[in-house]
Write a protein that binds this ligand. Structure first.
Ligand SMILES: [Zn+2]
Length: 286
């Protein structure tokens, strides 16, 4: 009888300890899950932009580089045209917890686009054109360096122009039979003079009447290094430094620079990273 009693006591103890440990683990995991809270929304795909949210005062690094986090905890990350299958996000939470996240990136296959009938000089520039091209590149580069704490991107994006899509992001280009750099914008065919509206609010950081390749060019900064560029414009309606609202007319469609017909080439950049604008808006309305 005695031996039996002590046996059941042992069983009781083992069960009690097991339950205790289990409860502790469950509680601990739940607490971690709360702290692990990184909320991500957007397109986890090559060329995609993702908007994330962490508790305010967290530190975020993406692929080893510090990312701006707004006072409300918002941040932006983007995936290059040829981004690897997995990228790393690192967060230091205000609690001191440090967490790595492996984010899968969906791969894409890109089209090949042949465009013929371009002026030869716009495909293979002459020596005397190179200085002008370098100046254009430097201006665009410095506009895209702007790192503003505004979060205009939070309100979402709309199409800057409605029309037939004649060129997409990422396609490999063969111009007049010569392989050239991939296309990074979305081309929307529309007649000359069609109003271009701001796809999101922002500040105009560059207006140029005639760049060598992109013709009439405008850049609007949406905050946190996210910017829109509008190419081949016939006319611009706003000035550098001006604040614009979403939907406000900012320019008119044209065919300036290296272009075979009137269209808007809309680009999205996260600093130097070229992203796909089409992923920020719904399908083109008919
Ligand atoms: Zn284009």
């Amino acid at each position: 009888m005695r031996a039996r009693e002590s046996e059941s006591w042992t069983v009781f103890l083992v069960v009690a300890v097991f339950l205790q440990v289990t409860l502790l683990l469950v509680g601990w995991t739940a607490a971690l899950a709360v702290q692990r809270g990184v909320h991500l929304e957007g397109s986890q795909i090559q060329g995609g932009l993702v908007r994330g949210r962490v508790p305010s005062a967290s530190v975020v690094e993406f692929q080893g580089e510090r990312v701006r986090v707004s006072r409300d905890g918002w941040f932006l990350i983007g995936f290059a045209r040829d981004a690897p299958a997995k990228v790393v996000l690192f967060v230091v939470f205000p609690t001191g917890l440090r967490q790595y996240y492996d984010l899968p990136v969906k791969p894409r296959t890109y089209r090949i686009q042949r465009i013929d009938g371009l002026p030869r000089r716009k495909v293979t520039p002459r020596k005397e054109d190179l200085a002008r091209i370098r100046r254009d590149v430097a201006l665009v580069k410095s506009a895209r360096k702007v790192d503003d704490p505004r979060t205009d991107f939070l309100a979402g994006f709309r199409w800057p122009v409605l029309g037939v899509i004649s060129g997409v992001y990422g396609s490999q280009r063969i111009l007049n039979g010569k392989p050239r750099r991939p296309h990074y914008g979305i081309d929307i065919a529309a007649s000359k003079g069609t109003r271009v509206v701001a796809p999101a609010a922002g500040v105009v950081t560059l207006v140029h009447p005639d760049m060598y390749f992109s013709g009439g060019t405008m850049i609007v900064d949406h905050g946190h290094g996210l910017s829109s560029a509008f190419l081949h414009l016939s006319r611009t309606l706003v000035k550098e430094g001006q604040r614009v609202k979403q939907g406000q007319p900012i320019a008119e469609v044209g065919s300036t620079g290296r272009s075979t017909g009137p269209h808007l080439d809309w680009r999205i950049n996260l600093f130097g990273l070229r992203l796909d604008p089409a992923l920020l808006v719904g399908p083109m309305p008919k």
